[in-house]
Design a protein around this ligand. Structure first.
Ligand code: CA2
Length: 145
């Protein structure tokens, strides 16, 4: 069975650890990639992390995941709150989908309280900092067991 997990990240998350540490912390996306790869090895999962500043780039990866990945962990960033197209792409993926937000979106502006992606996600983590990614990976291992 394919044990590859795609970890998809939306716009501006390439700046993680470089700006606004009071909201998003000091860890970079490279740190997230390393931590997920290490935990994935323990859990028997192979991780592949991608980031795109473009809606279509994220959608292309979701389509690719249809035959390349067993599950998707996604932080769609601002597209969370706007993108029916990402929701539609996720609805065409058969495996588990877990949604991660570094910040607690419910403690922030009201426009961040609604997520299109949550209509498809099997679980949502928000406000656990970048630790949310590894927590989601543990949950993914359980869902795929
Ligand atoms: O809390 C999250 O993970 C978010 O998905 C992050 C998005 C935001 O639009 C969502 O409402 C919640 C923003 C990502 C921007 O990331 C940056 C990181 C460091 C510096 C600047 C932006």
């Amino acid at each position: 069975m394919n044990r590859r997990i795609y970890i998809l990240n939306g716009p501006n998350l390439n700046l993680l650890g470089k700006r606004q540490p009071e909201i998003y912390g000091h860890d970079t996306l490279a740190d997230v990639e390393r931590d997920c790869a290490a935990l994935g090895a323990e859990l028997g999962l192979e991780t592949a992390l991608f980031q795109s500043n473009h809606e279509g780039g994220i959608i292309d990866r979701i389509h690719e995941a249809r035959d390349q990945a067993a599950g998707i962990i996604i932080n769609p960033a601002a597209y969370t709150h706007t993108s029916v197209a990402i929701l539609d792409a996720l609805n065409a993926f058969d495996g588990p989908v877990l949604e991660v937000h570094i910040s607690n979106v419910h403690k922030r502006e009201s426009f961040r309280h609604h997520s299109y992606v949550s209509l498809r996600a099997d679980g949502v983590i928000a406000g656990f900092g970048v630790q949310g990614y590894t927590l989601a990976l543990r949950r993914m291992a359980t869902l795929l067991a």
